[in-house]
Ligand binder design. Structure first.
Ligand code: NOJ
Ligand code: NOJ
Length: 587
């Protein structure tokens, strides 16, 4: 105790070695980080428990209800979010499974509170008509009726996962009856929601973008896969889970750009898509029994590592506190670089997610017994070990050892960022200032504390049980039932017409009527002037698709006049929700 408080009292510059002028040697840095983790872990457990009904910062809140933060103004987070609560309880349930039985009552409180919340009709719908997608409720468990980005479809699968870990543990420890009668019904409701709604758009975890969010799909895939297995184990049925899971996995592949995960698709949000959304996805779907599978974006997969670099690098130049930090050294991480919420700052939980992915990858390499560096992941590895080349390096080899030691140091660097910018009382807010590093936005954010617990447990080699990734990592060769990946194409054609004429576009695509003049798409003359005879329309067409087309003119007498040959040819823009304009002149 004395030892750790002395360390806490050292100037931050001495403790923090990542980039400072006076780096600590390896051993002192480890001692410093280990000591910080010890004190911050206590502060984080206490921080989580204080914000749950009955806790010191959640007076009057029903048992099992997680308040996002005690902050009631600027911002008002005195609500219970299904996402925050589920991720928090996932961390608590993991601790229970690993032996902390003092948490048992709290977990049972969660089960009963969620059973009630699932029955609360709200602006997203009733209990079986979409209401489970409601993002947040008042802390007294009544509906929140204000305007909000709703629905958010990650809540039900996240809750199903937290409870599935609990139900599996109960069943393995002689309490199958309670698992079947009390926990399974709550899980079943959430899984039914996921089966019904996974292929519909909704708001992302940051509550801003209405489209398809990678995090929502990744959480859904995991929940459906483990839900199907749990149903079998408990002698129950999970209708549609086993058939939907591979389709969700299939759809997840379309978020991969070739070099990183585009976190939000099916929306034109004007962002790169490099977003901590994908880091949090990778740590949430981490399976300790998995290989480094690309299809499920496991933490040690080439895709997830390339994505880790792309996402973290996107924050290197946007925050003053990251300036001058060398490539390959840890930095403060936010939600996404274009963020303007509180002027856009780093968050504790996203910085911790960057660390957690790396610790999880280290765990996986150790189990797999080797590291494979390929063209997708090469740049990630070269930031840490510049001399590394593509190849597979067995555990025990010099290259394996230098990579794992560099990754461990890099991961610890993210913890050191938290150490540097967390106040000495261990309070974790939502954000820290991009220029000064001071805490910002909601104080005592429950999710920040939970993120600290899970990141440092992974560092200690303590992992969540397998969810069956090994049996659920093969996407079907073609997807069915997935949302369309469309690009919005604006057709502008300058065509001088006489009164009563109308211009249409038709061509090789179903959306353009397959060359049938009767099914051609009409253009609008609302912007037509004699000096600028513009006919225009915007049509959703499959992204990245080549097609031929022509404009046609239909006269008031019903005649169809085709443009002269040859057919026009166009390739739609890449990316679901992207857009482009073609400017043509009638010929
Ligand atoms: C509140 C949401 O919780 C936050 O995520 C979002 O950035 C802001 N509203 C602005 O939309
Ligand atoms: C805003 C965050 O963007 C969102 O993810 C979170 O659920 C709420 N705050 C509550 O913490």
């Amino acid at each position: 105790m004395l030892f750790t408080s002395v360390l806490r009292a050292l100037p931050a510059a001495l403790l923090f070695s990542g980039t400072q002028a006076t780096p600590l040697d390896f051993e002192s840095r480890q001692i410093s980080i280990d000591a910080f983790i010890t004190t911050q872990t206590t502060a984080s457990i206490n921080g989580v428990l204080a914000n749950i009904g009955g806790g010191s910062k959640a007076p009057g809140v029903p048992a099992g209800i997680v308040v996002a933060s005690p902050s009631r103004t600027n911002p008002d987070y005195w609500y219970t979010w299904t996402r925050d609560a589920a991720l928090t309880y996932k961390a608590l349930i993991e601790r229970l499974v690993h032996g902390d039985t003092t948490l048992r009552q709290k977990v049972d409180d969660y089960v009963s509170s969620q059973a009630k919340l699932q029955g609360v009709t709200n602006p997203s719908g009733g209990p079986t008509t979409g209401g489970l997608g409601e993002p947040k409720f008042n802390v007294d468990m009544t509906q929140f009726t204000g305007a909000w980005g709703r629905p958010q479809r990650d809540g039900p699968p996240l809750r199903a996962t937290a409870l599935a870990i609990y139900a599996n543990w109960l069943a393995d420890n002689g309490n199958k009856t309670y698992a079947v009668n009390t926990v399974w019904p709550v899980i079943a409701n959430d899984l039914a929601y996921a089966v019904q709604y996974w292929n519909q758009t909704g708001f992302d975890l940051w509550e801003e973008v209405n489209g398809s969010s990678f995090f929502t799909l990744a959480a859904t895939h995991r929940a459906l896969a483990e839900g199907a297995a749990l149903a079998t184990k408990l002698g129950q049925t999970c209708t549609g889970c086993a058939t939907a899971a591979p389709q969700v996995l299939c759809f997840m592949q379309s978020f991969w750009t070739g070099s990183y995960i585009d976190s939000n698709i099916n929306v034109n949000d004007g962002r790169t898509g490099k977003d901590a959304n994908s880091l949090i996805s990778s740590i949430h779907t981490f399976d300790p029994s998995a290989k480094c599978t690309d299809a499920t974006f496991q933490p040690c997969s080439s895709r997830a590592l390339a994505n880790h670099k792309a996402v973290t690098d996107s924050f290197r130049s946007v925050y003053a506190i990251n300036k001058g930090v060398a490539q390959g050294k840890a930095i403060a991480v936010g939600r996404y670089s274009e963020d303007v919420y509180y002027n856009g700052n780093p968050w504790y939980l996203t910085t911790l997610a960057a660390a957690e992915q790396l610790y999880s990858a280290l765990y996986q390499w150790d189990k797999v017994g080797s590291i494979t560096v390929d063209s997708v992941s090469l740049a990630f590895f070269q930031d840490l070990v510049p001399s590394v080349t593509a190849g597979t390096y067995a555990k025990g080899s010099a290259t394996y050892t230098s990579i794992t030691s560099a990754v461990k140091t890099y991961a610890d660097g993210y913890i050191a960022i938290i150490q540097k910018y967390a106040p000495s009382n261990g309070g974790l807010a939502e954000q820290f200032d991009k220029s000064t590093g001071s805490p910002l936005s909601a104080v005592d954010l429950t999710w920040s504390y939970a993120a600290f617990l899970t990141a440092t447990e992974r560092r200690a080699g303590i992992v969540s049980p397998s969810w069956g990734e090994n049996f659920n990592n093969l996407p079907p060769t073609s997807c069915t039932g997935t949302p369309a990946c469309n690009a919005k194409i604006t057709f502008n054609v300058r065509a001088t017409t006489t009164f009563g004429d109308n211009i249409f576009v038709t061509g090789q695509l179903t959306q353009l009527g397959n060359w049938d003049p009767n099914s051609a798409k009409a253009l609008s003359a609302s912007q037509y002037t004699s000096s600028d005879p513009l006919w225009t329309t915007s049509i959703d067409l499959p992204a990245s698709t080549v097609f031929e087309y022509k404009y046609i003119r239909k006269t008031s007498a019903g005649a169809v006049v085709w443009e002269s040959d040859p057919n026009r040819r166009y390739t739609t823009s890449a990316g679901c929700g992207s857009s482009a304009t073609v400017n043509d002149t009638w010929r």
